[in-house]
Design a protein around this ligand. Structure first.
Ligand code: ADP
Ligand code: MG
Length: 664
């Protein structure tokens, strides 16, 4: 099948009048740049005819900077100055960065993490800018002119800080960002436009270090992301590590994993030597068996790197051939030579594949869909070349995945189509919209530390939602607003995004003020929150400034824990709600007593005070039933008092506000 073919009627501008725009897939492992030429979206190759640019930046001794293949060659020799997988650090602080196992020295400073290189401290934004600069130069050379702008793709789960960091990197590279586009959406654009498809599609993206699954609904002209999921610590690198573990077991260097993993059965042709000190690897999130090998001094950092490189080669060879030979020379001159078949490889990585399928099923459940609702799966990322991925997906969905477009290129191709439109090279047929999704719910803290969710997870953006809130106390003139993100019921379990205050609320009875809070998420996923008191019009608002974002792991953990904790959360929420109701009752009763105690006999007064004290004590505990019992008792015990106040109020024709107060 042809690549994207956009119909261009006679009215379309001549090629030389077209405004040059590109789509950039800024990947963790590899990056690409594409553009629409003569109505066809195509990847721009480098001078050597290569499409991929390894996302690697090397700060060289002579002060120059190498990017891509050239930089990759130095990864083993000069790991500290050769930055790989920098995308993991975008918009992240020091603590997040430290969670990855890397050879880098981080600069001790607040803010976005910075890496100490021989060229000085470099932020992930600056490193990414080098990659973008290389792609920009490649494009300008090939297209023969300056670019008007670029569409850059980001993972759907990227938060504000990560998106802002990506934009900053582009600006630093001299690129105008026409728009950030979610990677799965870009992939769907690449497919959807050409085929005019409709229906639900699963975008399955298995790259080098991450797995992302997105469920998209394509209707005429609209691409809507209806759910996202995945595993931010699962990618082709893990398959490589499994091969290394297997090789270490086969050579007797490592004891076989107790279950699930590899076994020591046969196949070993040579013994490897053990070696000196442990070290760090250039990759993050190592499985424990390898960790043990390194920490136990079974393998040097250099040997590990050599074994990983060979594992990747062997893995990729298996994609096109049924078997290969895993051969690597270790530093102590032992040579490991092991035959590896596709069957064996699939066996030692089956659980990794199964994890992607489980995440796929979960995303479908999130979207309220069944596998039967999925019209097709789009494959994205180099690791989807592995035949077992395609077989497993076909088995899960009951139909073969779409493979017409190269999974390495599909994201860049879709981004180029968007860039072409945004640059103004649009034709009459191209007036479609793009809708993306927010990865975690957004809400406000309410009394008792409970989250009131305004924008649910997976809502399509841009989105605006408003809700009315009221005051808790009589005469309250200011309200604190706390914006949180997450799936849990209690604020303490969510992420705090921002706080601000609405002041100047006219004093009114508790519950009488009407404060309208609006959440607005723009097309790039940036959030503004405003609060307005409706009678006076006083207003306050905040733009959620990119702060150090959540790590990918944290997002995954937050989603996972919200699923696991749903029942606990409901109980906790119910308790908090009762506590808040109880506090309101205690305060209102005390206020009523302060005003109208003369309506009661001393013994009546004493009894109500005792009931108030009992509820006040119960509400500070964690027994929801005890709170209910005490609240009911207080309500019953004050019925006569309330009636007396009511009679007196009506008799003296007091205002509505007073009536409100009386309503105990
Ligand atoms: P990212 O999105 O993280 O930048 P890519 O989509 O470029 O990553 O995928 C890189 C991964 O794809 C690597 O783990 C690489 O080994 C794997 N890969 C590339 N080609 C093949 C192949 N032919 N068979 C198996 N895996 C492959
Ligand atoms: Mg990718």
């Amino acid at each position: 099948m042809a690549l994207l073919h956009i119909s261009e009627p006679g009215m379309s501008p001549e090629p030389h009048q077209r405004r040059l725009a590109v789509g950039i897939d800024l990947g963790t492992t590899n990056s690409l740049v594409a553009t629409v030429r003569h109505g066809v979206s195509e990847v721009i190759d480098d001078e050597a005819g290569r499409s991929l640019l390894p996302s690697i930046v090397h700060y060289r001794e002579d002060g120059s900077v190498a990017v891509g293949y050239e930089a990759a060659e130095q990864a083993a020799a000069d790991p500290e100055n050769c930055i790989v997988s920098v995308k993991r650090f975008m918009g992240r602080g020091l603590d997040d960065a430290r969670r990855h196992r890397t050879p880098y020295r981080f600069v001790e400073a607040p803010g976005m993490v910075r890496l100490a290189t021989r060229a000085g401290a470099r932020s992930p934004v600056e490193v990414s800018a080098e990659i973008l600069k290389a792609l920009r130069q490649r494009a300008e050379q090939a297209l023969g002119g300056e670019l008007v702008g670029a569409v850059i793709t980001v993972p759907a789960y990227f938060d504000d800080a990560q998106r802002q960091a990506t934009k900053d990197a582009a600006r630093l590279a001299g690129l105008t960002v026409l728009r950030l586009l979610n990677e799965p959406t870009a992939a769907a654009v690449a497919y959807g436009l050409d085929n005019g498809v409709e229906g639900v599609y699963a975008i399955y993206d298995l790259g080098g270090g991450t797995f992302d699954i997105s469920i998209l609904r394509l209707t005429r002209g609209v691409f809507e992301v209806i759910a996202t999921g995945g595993d931010t610590a699962l990618g082709g690198d893990d398959f490589d590590r499994r091969i290394v573990e297997w090789a270490l077991v086969e050579t007797g260097l490592l004891a076989a994993a107790p279950e699930g993993g590899s076994s020591t059965q046969g196949g070993s042709s040579t013994q490897g030597g053990s070696s000196s000190q442990g070290g760090t690897s250039s990759q993050g999130g190592m499985p424990s068996a390898l960790d043990r090998a390194i920490e136990g001094g079974l393998i040097t950092a250099g040997d590990l790197r050599a074994m990983l490189v060979e594992a990747r080669r062997a893995k990729e060879a298996l994609t096109s051939h049924g078997h290969t030979t895993y051969a690597v020379q270790l530093s102590d001159a032992t040579r490991v030579t092991l035959p590896l078949s596709t069957e064996r490889f699939e066996q030692i990585t089956r659980d990794l594949l199964e994890r992607t399928l489980a995440a796929t099923r979960r995303a479908l459940r999130d979207a309220g869909l069944d596998v039967a609702d999925v019209k097709g799966a789009v494959l994205v990322g180099g690791s989807t070349r592995m035949p077992q991925v395609r077989v497993a997906l076909e088995r899960l969905l009951g139909k073969p995945p779409l493979i017409d477009l190269d999974p390495d290129r599909v994201v860049a191709l879709g981004a180029a189509v968007q860039a072409n439109l945004l640059a103004g090279n649009r034709t009459a047929d191209d007036d479609w919209l793009l809708l993306d999704v927010i990865p975690l719910s957004l809400g406000l803290e309410t009394m008792g530390g409970i989250v009131e969710r305004l924008v649910p997870r997976n809502a399509t953006i841009p989105v605006a939602r408003a809700q009315e809130f009221t005051t808790f106390r009589d005469g309250q003139t200011a309200m604190a607003l706390h914006v949180v993100q997450g799936e849990r019921e209690l604020v303490a379990d969510c992420r705090s995004l921002a706080r601000f205050e609405l002041r100047g609320i006219p004093p009114m009875a508790a519950g009488a003020a009407r404060i309208r809070v609006t959440f607005q998420v723009d097309a790039d996923g940036l959030l503004s929150v405003s609060a307005r008191e409706l009678s006076s019009g006083v207003e306050a608002s905040i733009q959620v400034k990119p702060s150090y974002g959540l790590s990918d792991d944290e997002i995954a953990t937050m989603l996972r824990s919200s699923i696991g904790a749903a029942a606990d959360d409901m109980r906790a929420r119910a308790l908090r709600e009762r506590q808040v109701d109880a506090l309101r009752l205690v305060e209102a009763t005390r206020a009523a007593l302060a005003a109208d105690a003369h309506l009661l006999s001393p013994s009546e007064l004493h009894e109500i005070e005792a009931l108030v004290a009992r509820l006040d004590q119960a509400r500070q505990g964690a027994d929801a039933d005890a709170i209910s019992v005490a609240a009911d008792a207080l309500a019953r015990g004050t019925e006569a008092f309330a009636a007396r106040r009511m009679d007196r109020s009506i008799a003296s024709a007091l205002t509505g506000r007073k009536l409100d107060e009386v309503r105990l």
